[in-house]
Ligand binder design. Sequence first.
Ligand SMILES: Nc1ncnc2c1ncn2[C@@H]1O[C@H](COP(=O)(O)OP(=O)(O)OP(=O)(O)O)[C@@H](O)[C@H]1O
Ligand SMILES: [Mg+2]
Length: 180
Amino acid sequence: MMDEICAHIADLVVNSISAGAKHIKVSIEKSNVKNELFVKVSDDGKGMDESTLKHVIDPFFSTKTGRKVGLGIPLLKGTAETCGGSFNIKSIQGKGTDIMASFQLSHPDLPPLGNVKDTILVLSISNPEVDFFFDIKNDIMSFTFNTKEIKTLLDGLPINSPEVIKFLKNYLDEHLDFFN
Ligand SMILES: Nc1ncnc2c1ncn2[C@@H]1O[C@H](COP(=O)(O)OP(=O)(O)OP(=O)(O)O)[C@@H](O)[C@H]1O
Ligand SMILES: [Mg+2]
């Protein structure tokens, strides 16, 4: 179900959007030097109160009504810890939330990264009202994708219009060749 790191990232972004975030920063850093994959999602959503924060790593806790089980965050934490990495949440009510996870790159249980380009594209075009900042790095290269900047350049043309989607797809293909 959640066997790709990109699916976890998308899940964190969905949480941020549910929390009312308007600005979301996603960092993905793959370092062979450090033998580490690092991911972080930061938002300016409503944040978590103390009891949510305390319970957020418990798979039987969710503030969603009508269902009892929230699996997103506990699964990510479990995967990070299984893969010799770490997991951390910082959340301030009324300010926002940072969630970060790291994994040993060489760990045999590390799930596949998944398709970073498609993840960036799909998140950006399906949430046109949110400003995304993606920061993608390895030991040698880095790439940033800032949808606020892109929307300014588009001068009123929607980021989810077919011609823009086609352009962004090509742009990401070209610039993210170094990653994955
Ligand atoms: N970025 C965030 N900002 C504010 N609250 C958050 C954020 N991420 C998670 N939460 C809180 O933590 C709870 C647990 O999140 P988690 O993703 O594990 O489960 P869920 O979103 O409730 O359900 P699922 O992801 O399985 O659909 C959420 O219900 C929400 O209350
Ligand atoms: Mg969730």
